[in-house]
Design a protein around this ligand. Structure first.
Ligand SMILES: *[C@@H]1O[C@H](CO)[C@@H](O)[C@H](O)[C@H]1NC(C)=O
Ligand SMILES: *[C@@H]1O[C@H](CO)[C@@H](O)[C@H](O)[C@H]1NC(C)=O
Ligand SMILES: *[C@@H]1O[C@H](CO)[C@@H](O)[C@H](O)[C@H]1NC(C)=O
Ligand SMILES: *[C@@H]1O[C@H](CO)[C@@H](O)[C@H](O)[C@H]1NC(C)=O
Ligand SMILES: *[C@@H]1O[C@H](CO)[C@@H](O)[C@H](O)[C@H]1NC(C)=O
Ligand SMILES: CC(=O)N[C@H]1CO[C@H](CO)[C@@H](O)[C@@H]1O
Length: 827
């Protein structure tokens, strides 16, 4: 009996052991076969476990082979040796969800993540250990890094999740983009990287380890590329395949910043070119960006939304046309897998910057055609060209001519022929409320008497400390308080007086004798500023109370752990009398410290908070104020957002779940946006921005799993700056309309994402102008009524497939120019 069980168990283990992941200079190999691998980043704590299956499924349907994630050390080990893998932090459940969907996993343990995540993913207790320096040959650091990395590997091994054990994980990563910043670490940095490699290798995970942006990655570590473009990247060893671990699909957003957009054309181009030039693994950073819930946003000043303009938007909706176009690209690349990974490569220069890259095997060829201008492309495709037939490309060319877009095998590096719809997302009022815009509010003040009037905290010192040291990242808030005595005849009191604070606090609020005298935050991209405001001091005892508020700890750079946060000083009282100025330095006064606020300690954000809330005279524009209301969950399954327009800055909770920091009062500057965005030329983060002169972030993600469908939900706001909650309301975010702009002889599918198409708002076949939402007819148009034709084909359906031919729409004469159908359908 015992031996039978032993045999059965072995057989099972053997079946599960089937996957061997390795590589050669051409590609990652899985069970001996070279693979084209398309991967997408989804960070598990930036959504909810309830959202994971849908996000991962959409990744699969979008043509991904793998899902990639970092592991977030500070989230898992908030206090040394106390771990949290619950809820959004259930890494194993996330990896199993990937496995259930039949996808591969790429596990970037780091444990340095960067990722616009608070402190790059490092716990602040680590910084506070004696003699600590991060990411170099520092014993204390290396011990902790090894301890956490080993623990994660052990957890994953225990669940048999590495491919070598039959699990989904085909690649693991140690460190992260260290090559970008290693210069300042000198020789110590070089030996650190060798140590990382040996440490990782010794963990024996049975799949290859990668080190991104690490030109000196020791074998067998695979050195890989991150960036907007990686086609010119060459790995540091002939046996390492060309791999792109972070292809930035868009960009992140900072408070005060605008909405970044990277065009679909440019993302697709960069991927196509990467594969054209020998790349075989590409990971989109991000495929779903998601939300920086709670205090997880990095910084300083990273927003709560981490949408990233990724193929799946913050809420998990398809971001069209990016999602659909990349899906088409993935189909083509997968269809070329054999030739791309086994073919012999040759290139042909046609002159005039037109060239072809051809991958040939005995069974067939794949070809990338590249030209700088569309006109050349059309020439190449329209002349029954001797060159093409000499190259044996005519069969592909014919297919190309029929479809004119990303045909199988003949791959045009020109994305003006997109046949993917554009979706315009809209926000819909909450129909579950009779009048969604009039929520009934109660309120209470934050009790600050101890700090404002008595200057009394929990510990004292005659030194000004960094916020990280005092608060250990337990809260965004830290009080620095001191008292100053003036004699009746003190020379200061006869003068105009001000308080000057040399500050690296993300946000500083200054009180003198309980009165708020002013607030300040660093300008975008800066750490350091000097606050100075007039202040009234009296004879006798005066209380100075400085409240500082973090907005995400630094997550990037050499020695980023020591970027100061807080009040480094000096702090002084300045007295001025005409030309005479006297300065009283308070820096080495006795300072009293207190981390956190009373309301947070008393958990006022909990639904059932026993404290008194008043419905009477709910104040507007009052600083340091708690607001509470109840609301009904919007019906259905569409993603829910809360519109916080009118509020200043603070934190919001739904049913006790922290949905992140809010700051709608932070308006982005009005310059730097343009209505039109030219996808040609290299992308950079400031190109094609939108949302100029608007609140940086107005809508905040409320995952469905935070809501109850029966009864009342609770929203609690803690408002620091002063705001007006009366405009706050819940909405759903849905597809409002879908558009397409398609050349003739193509087929376009329109879909309203599980809703039906209700009307055709615009349709014209000829040379229409404008963009989705603002199409206008051009100078030529087909003789038949395109709106009528499409109303018949599409209205009342969830999706419809439109054959775009001149005959169907009544052959317009566009003087030989390419004819297009522009369409906007309402969902
Ligand atoms: C991590 O360190 C603790 C002691 O602080 C030790 O008990 C534990 O075994 C270590 N874990 C690993 C995986 O090395
Ligand atoms: C590549 O070219 C070499 C030399 O001409 C030839 O021996 C080999 O079979 C070719 N490989 C493929 C996959 O066609
Ligand atoms: C303020 O602090 C910064 C850095 O902490 C320092 O460089 C600067 O000299 C200080 N300014 C004054 C006026 O002391
Ligand atoms: C004090 O400030 C006020 C207003 O800024 C100014 O009018 C006055 O002249 C100042 N007095 C002295 C003594 O500097
Ligand atoms: C809010 O209060 C601040 C300072 O008390 C004031 O400057 C601002 O104009 C007020 N805003 C509104 C909308 O009342
Ligand atoms: C490798 C690479 O392309 N790096 C680029 C990534 O993007 C940043 C910011 O735009 C550039 O500065 C890097 O050169």
């Amino acid at each position: 009996m015992a031996s039978l069980r032993f045999i059965l168990c072995c057989v099972l283990v053997n079946c599960a052991c089937a996957t061997i992941v390795s590589h050669d200079g051409r590609a990652i190999t899985i069970d001996g076969h070279r693979r084209v691998l398309l991967s997408g980043s989804i960070h598990y704590p930036r959504s909810t476990p309830e959202m994971w299956p849908d996000l991962i499924k959409k990744g699969k349907e979008g043509g991904l082979d793998a899902i990639e994630t970092y592991v977030f050390w500070n989230a898992h080990e908030p206090t040394r040796r106390q771990y949290d893998f619950s809820g959004k932090l259930d890494l194993i459940r996330f990896l199993k969800t990937i496995q259930d969907e039949g996808l591969y996993g790429v596990l970037r343990i780091g444990p340095y993540a960067c990722a616009e995540w608070n402190y790059g993913g490092f716990p602040v207790w680590l910084h506070n250990m004696p003699g600590m320096v991060f990411r170099t040959t520092n014993k204390a650091y290396m011990d902790e890094m090894q301890n956490f990395t080993t623990m994660i590997v052990d957890m994953v091994k225990k669940e048999k999740l590495f491919a070598s054990q039959g699990g989904p994980i085909i690649l693991a990563q140690i460190e992260n983009e260290y090559g970008n910043i290693m210069g300042p670490y000198g020789e110590a940095g070089k030996s650190y990287i060798k140590w990382c490699a040996n440490m990782a290798q010794a963990l024996d995970v049975g799949v290859p380890w990668i080190m991104c942006q690490q030109n000196d990655a020791p074998q067998p570590m695979l050195n890989t590329c991150n960036g907007f473009y990686c086609d010119n990247f060459t790995p540091n060893n002939p046996n390492t395949p060309k791999m792109w671990t972070e292809n930035w699909t868009g960009w992140f957003k900072q408070w005060g910043g605008k909405n970044p957009h990277r065009t679909t054309e440019d993302v697709a181009f960069s991927v196509a070119r990467f594969f054209q030039r020998g790349g075989t693994f590409n990971n989109y950073y991000m495929y779903h960006g998601g939300t920086n819930f709670d205090r997880t946003a990095g910084g300083p000043y990273i927003t709560t939304s981490y949408d990233y303009d990724a193929p799946l938007d913050e809420y998990g909706n398809l971001n069209q046309p990016k999602y659909g176009h990349l899906k088409q690209l993935h189909d083509v690349l997968h269809s070329m897998e054999k030739t791309l990974t086994y073919g012999n490569i040759s290139t042909i220069d046609f002159g005039n910057s037109a060239s072809a890259t051809i991958y040939t095997t005995q069974e067939g060829s794949s070809c990338f055609l590249e030209t700088e201008m569309k006109i050349q492309m059309q020439q190449l495709v329209s002349e029954e060209n001797l060159m093409l037939s000499q190259l044996g490309l005519l069969p592909f060319y014919r297919i190309a001519k029929q479809r004119l877009i990303t045909p199988p095998r003949l791959f045009l590096l020109d994305f003006s022929f997109i046949t993917t719809q554009t979706s315009m997302m809209v926000k819909k009022p909450n129909e579950a409320e009779e009048d969604p815009s009039t929520l009934k509010w109660s309120w209470r003040p934050e009790n600050m008497d101890n700090f404002l009037l008595r200057g009394k905290g929990e510990s004292t010192n005659t030194q000004l400390f960094d916020q990280k040291v005092v608060s250990n990242d337990q809260s965004d808030y830290l009080w620095y308080m001191t008292t100053v005595k003036f004699r009746k005849r003190d020379p200061f009191l006869g003068k105009n007086m001000s308080l000057r604070v040399n500050s690296t606090a993300h946000v500083l609020r200054v009180f003198v004798n309980g009165k708020h005298i002013g607030s300040q935050h660093a300008e975008n991209g800066k750490f350091h500023y000097i606050f100075e405001k007039d202040a009234k001091f009296k004879s006798g005892r005066n209380v100075i109370s400085l409240l500082i508020i973090t907005v995400g700890l630094q997550n990037y750079g050499a020695f980023f752990e020591s970027v100061p946060v807080g009040i480094t000083g000096p702090i002084s009282i300045i007295g001025r009398n005409g030309d005479e100025t006297i300065v009283k330095d308070l820096s080495s006064h006795k300072w009293s410290y207190k981390t956190g606020l009373n309301g947070f300690e008393n958990k006022l954000f909990k639904t059932e908070s026993p404290s008194k809330w008043s419905f009477q005279s709910v104040p507007l524009n009052r600083t340091m104020t708690w607001y509470k209301t109840t609301f009904k969950a919007p019906l259905g399954n569409d993603p829910v957002v809360v519109d916080l327009l009118g509020l200043g800055k603070g934190t919001a909770w739904v049913n006790g779940n922290n949905i992140g920091r809010y700051w709608p009062a932070f308006i982005s500057s009005s310059d730097g946006c343009s209505a039109k965005c030219n996808y040609r030329g290299a992308y950079y983060a400031e190109k094609c921005q939108t949302n100029c002169g608007e609140p940086t972030q107005r809508w905040y993600n409320v995952p469905r799993s935070f809501l109850i469908t029966e009864g009342d939900n609770t929203l609690v706001l803690f408002e620091e700056m002063g705001g007006n909650p009366s405009l706050v309301n819940f909405q759903t975010t849905i597809v409002g309309s879908v558009c397409a702009n398609v050349y003739e002889k193509n087929v376009i599918e329109l879909s309203c994402d599980r809703k039906t198409i209700s009307a055709i708002k615009f349709a014209s076949f000829g040379n229409p102008d404008g963009n989705c939402g603002s199409f206008v007819k051009g100078t030529c148009e087909g003789s038949k009524n395109a709106v009528d034709i499409l109303t018949k084909e599409c209205v009342g359906k969830e999706k419809c497939s439109i054959d775009v031919t001149a005959e169907k729409f009544g052959v317009p004469d566009c003087s030989g120019a390419a004819r297009r159908l522009a369409i906007e359908a309402i969902c």
